[in-house]
Design a protein around this ligand. Structure first.
Ligand code: SF4
Length: 260
C-alpha cells in the first residue's frame, strides 16, 4: 500500500503526522462536533479522496507531474468515515438522505460526474469562510477559525461596505467601534484570542518556541504559504525547498520523509 490508498483506521494517525494545519483543524472539528458545514466538507473531503487516474490527471499540472497525490480514501471508505461522524450528530438516516449525495458528488458519481480535484493553497487562502465555518487557511483566517465566537454582525457589515476589493484586509487600526474587528473573510484585528489559539495549535503540531516566532512573523506579514512551509520544516526537522503550494503536497512530502 503506497500513498494512493488509505483506510479509515489510518486517518487519525495520518492527521497527526502528516496533515497541514488547515486539514488538521477540519479533522479535529469534525471529531469534536461530528459535523462540518459545506465548505469544510468540500475542503477536507477532496483532500482525503483517492487519486483517480484519468480525468483527475488532466486538471492539475502538479498532479500530472506526480508531484502531489490525494490522501487516498476510496468512495466506500469516505462514506463510512463521514457517516460514522455525522451519525452521532444528525443520525444515520439523515446522513444517508442529506449528506451522502455530496460525498458521492465529490467522487464524480452524481450530477455532472466531474471528478473534482483537491483544493490548492491558493484556492483555500482566497476562500471566504464565515462565522461557524472551519474551512480556509488558518494562517490567514485564524481570527475566525480560532478566535472567540462573539463577532458582532455590525462589524462584518462594516467590513463589507468599507473594504477595498477582494483579498484585501481591513487596514490596520481602522476601528469600526463595534468590538473585535472581523471581516467577512475571517480576518482582521481585535483581542479575540485567535493568535494565542493559533500558537497553541502550532505547538500541538510540534512547532517549538524558536520556530514559532518565525512562523508568526510570516503570518503577520501575510506570507501564509511561507508560514506553512516553516511549520512543515519545524515539524519534520527537514527542509522543504519547493515551499508548500498544495495541502496534498504537504501530505505527500511528509509521508516521503516519515517513510524514508
Ligand atoms: Fe493549508 Fe496551504 Fe494554508 Fe498550509 S498554506 S494551511 S496547506 S491552505
Amino acid at each position: 500500500k503506497g500513498f494512493s490508498e488509505i483506510s479509515v483506521k489510518d486517518i487519525e494517525a495520518l492527521a497527526k503526522s502528516s496533515f497541514p494545519l488547515c486539514m488538521r483543524h477540519l479533522f479535529d472539528k469534525l471529531k469534536e462536533d461530528h459535523h462540518l458545514k459545506h465548505g469544510g466538507r468540500m475542503q477536507l473531503g477532496l483532500f482525503l479522496k483517492v487519486v483517480s487516474h484519468g480525468i483527475f490527471w488532466h486538471h492539475c499540472p502538479m498532479l500530472q507531474a506526480g508531484l502531489i497525490l490525494g490522501v487516498g480514501l476510496k468512495l466506500d471508505d469516505a462514506l463510512s468515515f463521514w457517516k460514522t461522524e455525522f451519525s452521532q450528530k444528525v443520525g444515520a438516516e439523515r446522513f444517508d438522505k442529506e449528506y451522502a449525495y455530496g460525498i458521492r458528488h465529490n467522487y464524480g458519481r452524481e450530477g455532472k460526474r466531474t471528478d473534482y480535484t483537491p483544493y490548492s493553497c491558493q484556492k483555500i487562502i482566497s476562500s471566504t469562510p464565515s462565522v461557524g465555518d472551519h474551512h480556509g487557511c488558518p494562517y490567514r483566517h485564524f481570527r475566525l477559525l480560532f478566535g472567540s465566537k462573539s463577532y458582532p454582525s455590525g462589524c462584518i457589515k462594516w467590513y463589507q461596505s468599507h473594504a477595498p476589493s477582494s483579498g484585501t484586509n481591513v487596514s490596520e487600526g481602522a476601528a469600526c467601534g463595534l468590538g473585535p474587528h472581523i471581516g467577512s473573510k475571517g480576518e482582521g484585528r481585535g483581542g479575540d484570542g485567535g493568535e494565542e489559539n493559533l500558537r497553541a495549535a502550532l505547538s500541538k503540531m510540534g512547532v517549538n518556541s524558536r520556530a514559532m516566532e518565525d512562523v508568526m512573523d510570516k503570518v503577520q506579514n501575510r506570507h501564509y504559504q511561507l508560514a506553512c512551509t516553516l511549520t512543515f520544516e519545524a515539524v519534520h526537522g527537514a527542509s522543504c525547498d519547493s515551499g508548500i503550494n498544495h495541502p496534498n503536497q504537504y501530505f505527500s512530502d511528509s509521508q516521503k520523509i516519515l517513510q524514508a
